[in-house]
Design a protein around this ligand. Structure first.
Ligand code: KG4
Ligand code: ZN
Length: 346
């Protein structure tokens, strides 16, 4: 097939992003990847505030697109199609992106391609590592936690996922409980390095169940209770004990993710025996302890482990442009009736 150049736009959560990807599905390159985060705007509220997110997207989206085009050294005249996240996500943010993409498409006559955000994550290992279908993807971030069996660009089977909080959310809440800065993942990981991960016996829910479902909300409650016990005993939270709590918490998340990854691979193998690869994506995949445990599990089961670089692992528009490139090659183009879908299961 002919190489194509795609402009991608992403605004479904708390990152406003645009990127340019060029190539064919089996060999594509990221020419630019611009992400404007909103962490500071939401920091005071302890979570993403939809109204603030929607306004920030509307304010930054043109800038992100101009940045992506100029970093790629291309004008819109060199673009072949516009791909945009059409869901799932916060509807105000998704709408900002979809309206903007429709406007660009109407003004230039370029094809418009709506992309499912989760498909963007799920196809990233092909962009970064060229691994072939089928593979299992563990998507772990502040908002997502699920296992997907990916057998084609339009063929996803959800094998299981969290029944309550996402692990990133649990890291963030744990950091808040222990008075550590946000985002919680990196600060909990940093403090865990000095701690004993067996100091506290924290729950590993649903481990005795045979499915790939997970639960992380009980962990947060357990951390809260453990912290209060420590404060009762010591009149405060000594920093060495705080490190122990971080390490014990991180070990519990790691154990659940590894045990359920094992079950997910088994479930995938039952559906498609030739499965040989396991990929991770999402902010939590940045965690060294979790990443090496997953890597070790793969090595031990003769499974190829793929972890895209962090810039393509967390929310970005290059994954949307790449998913758009694949859809374009399959003639899957949308028209002006494209709508923002807050819920859109794969
Ligand atoms: O993929 P991402 O940037 O955004 C979405 O949630 O969509 O993921 C952010 C999440 C946050 O909850 C953050 O605390 C977590 O990923 N995170 C980590 C680490 N770095 C980021 N969790 C554990 N360990 C880390 N090193
Ligand atoms: Zn995401």
């Amino acid at each position: 097939s002919v190489p194509m150049t795609i402009l991608g736009i992403e605004s479904s959560c708390d990152d406003t992003a645009a990127a340019v990807v060029r190539g064919v599905p089996s060999n594509a390159h990221v020419l630019s990847n611009v992400v404007f985060g909103q962490t500071d705007a939401h920091a005071a509220f302890g979570g993403v505030v939809p109204e603030i997110a929607a306004r920030a997207h509307a304010e930054k989206i043109d800038l992100a697109i101009e940045g992506a085009l100029s970093q790629a050294g291309l004008g819109l005249d060199k673009i072949d199609a516009i791909a945009v996240t059409a869901g799932p996500g916060l509807v105000g943010g998704v709408l900002s992106g979809v309206m903007c993409a429709k406007g660009l498409s109407a003004a230039t006559g370029l094809p418009l391609i709506g992309v499912n955000h989760l498909a963007g994550h799920a196809l990233t290992p092909q962009l970064t590592d060229g691994i072939a279908f089928p593979y299992v993807m563990l998507l772990v971030s502040g908002g997502h936690c699920q296992f997907l069996l990916v057998q084609g660009h339009d063929d996803y089977t959800r094998l299981g996922g969290t029944i309550d909080d996402a692990p990133g959310e649990a890291f963030d809440k744990t950091a808040r409980i222990l008075a550590l800065p946000q985002p919680g993942g990196p600060s909990v990981e940093r403090h865990a390095k000095a701690g004993n991960d067996r100091a506290f016996a924290l729950p590993r829910p649903l481990l005795n169940r045979d499915d790939c479902n997970m639960s992380f909300s009980g962990l947060k409650t357990a951390i809260l209770r453990a912290r209060d016990d420590v404060i009762d005993q010591h009149g405060g939270l000594p920093s060495s004990i705080r490190s122990d709590l971080c390490a014990s918490f991180q070990a519990a998340v790691r154990d659940v993710l590894v045990a359920k990854s094992r079950k997910a691979m088994a479930a995938a193998r039952a559906l498609t025996p030739e499965i040989r690869s396991f990929a991770v994506a999402g902010g939590v995949a940045a965690n060294g302890t979790i990443r090496s445990a997953l890597e070790a599990f793969c090595a031990e089961t003769d499974t190829t482990f793929v972890a895209p670089p962090l810039s393509l692992c967390t929310d970005n528009a290059a994954m949307i442009a790449y998913a758009g490139l694949i859809r374009l090659q399959h003639g899957q183009i949308d028209d002006m009736s494209l709508t923002a879908r807050p819920r859109w299961p794969l």
